[in-house]
Design a protein around this ligand. Structure first.
Ligand code: B12
Ligand code: SF4
Ligand code: SF4
Length: 283
């Protein structure tokens, strides 16, 4: 069952016509990595303290979608969508604003992320199980905190619970396919064997957090939002979603609300497309 699901999701991502970027004549996203977390993993309750009480447990997310007392147990399926090499390469050269390709991936690449969520929901429903993608639901929301924006369903924390990687100095999530990725997930009533979290620390895949070396993303950030102390989400937010970012996105044919993005800290760094610990340990 697990392998069948993984294969079906991979095939969908690799073959869907929406996963095609005319600008680069290649895919938006490469072959995904898919892993599973048990809905009753205690981490999901810990997230109420780590992130905030608004952050939903899988049960809460499922019951928001399907009604009170509808959830008994199940699984969270988390998907890593690695950004295609041509888009990453174009962003590596950038020093101030992201490349046109990175920028347009924000507006148009979202289409396939949404479709992957809908595909997983319908795949599971065809097997007789309900499923919901909280990030794609009408009730998904972000909110302000004194340290910057947060949300009721953090895809990075979900991916961490599914053993897909760890956080880093700049907050970015580092997987076996690196940090230049996007994430999506669903909660389902289907019970599948969970994957194991191999990391001993929640920032283990970051060479700076683990070995006090690297720090390449500090120099990549055009607005000094990253220091040895971490990531200033407010500075980053103002740049990524500011007026100039919106204008730039529109000038390239993108969407003002999606903005330009940035991702300079996710490209041109050792953890761009691999787990940096494996990368730098061998040098
Ligand atoms: C709000 C938001 C932002 C905000 C705030 C980011 C943030 N750090 O939270 C701003 C506007 C700054 C932002 C910027 C960007 N974003 Co954004 N954003 C989101 C959004 C919508 C919600 C994030 C959220 O809920 N955060 C919750 C807070 C609490 O998370 P946090 O502060 O990182 O968590 C820290 C603590 O919890 C801590 N922690 C402390 N103790 C413990 C203990 C344990 C056990 C654990 C696990 C953690 C932990 O670990 C974290 C790191 O310090 C998500 C989509 C989603 N639904 O998840 C995308 C998302 C996080 N963004 C994404 C991307 C790609 C970007 C940009 C590159 C923009 C772009 N597309 O060009 C930049 C990158 C900035 C960066 N260096 O991370 C990707 C992440 C890719 C990745 N590899 O990490 C996401 C997942 C979107 C997606 N669908 O793929 N984003
Ligand atoms: S560039 Fe280096 S310091 Fe920054 S997140 Fe990647 S491994 Fe960590
Ligand atoms: S996304 Fe851009 S502004 Fe935000 S931390 Fe990374 S490099 Fe800095």
């Amino acid at each position: 069952m697990k392998e069948k699901l993984i294969q079906a999701i991979k095939e969908f991502v690799m073959n869907d016509k929406e996963n095609w970027f005319n600008e680069t004549n290649d895919r938006f996203f490469d072959e995904p990595i898919i892993q599973f977390a048990s809905a009753d993993n205690p981490l999901f309750c810990d997230y109420k303290k780590i992130i905030g009480s608004e952050h939903l447990t899988p049960k809460e997310a499922y019951e928001t979608a399907f009604g009170k007392d509808s959830f008994h147990n199940g699984t969270v399926i988390s998907v890593v969508l690695p950004i295609n090499k041509k888009i990453r390469e174009s962003n590596r050269k950038q020093k101030v604003w992201p490349s046109k390709e990175w920028m347009l991936n924000r507006t148009f690449g979202d289409g396939i992320i949404k479709k992957v969520a809908l595909f997983m929901e319908s795949l599971l429903s065809g097997m007789g199980y309900k499923a919901v993608s909280p990030y794609m639901a009408s009730w998904f929301k972000t909110y302000r905190t004194p340290t910057g924006p947060s949300s009721i369903w953090s895809e990075r924390h979900i991916a961490y619970a599914a053993g897909l990687g760890t956080f880093s100095l700049n907050d970015g999530f580092i997987t076996e396919k690196g940090m230049a990725i996007r994430l999506i997930s669903v909660v389902t009533s289907l019970i599948i064997e969970a994957d194991i979290i191999k990391a001993k620390e929640y920032t283990e895949n970051c060479f700076f957090c683990s070995k006090n070396k690297c720090g390449a993303c500090i120099d990549r950030c055009p607005v000094n939002a990253i220091t040895k102390k971490g990531h200033d989400k407010i500075k980053c937010y103002q740049y990524v979603y500011g007026e100039d970012s919106s204008k730039l996105a529109v000038s390239y044919g993108g969407d003002a609300k999606a903005g330009s993005g940035c991702g300079l800290c996710q490209t041109g760094v050792p953890c761009e497309d691999r787990n940096s610990m494996m990368n730098l340990d061998s040098t």
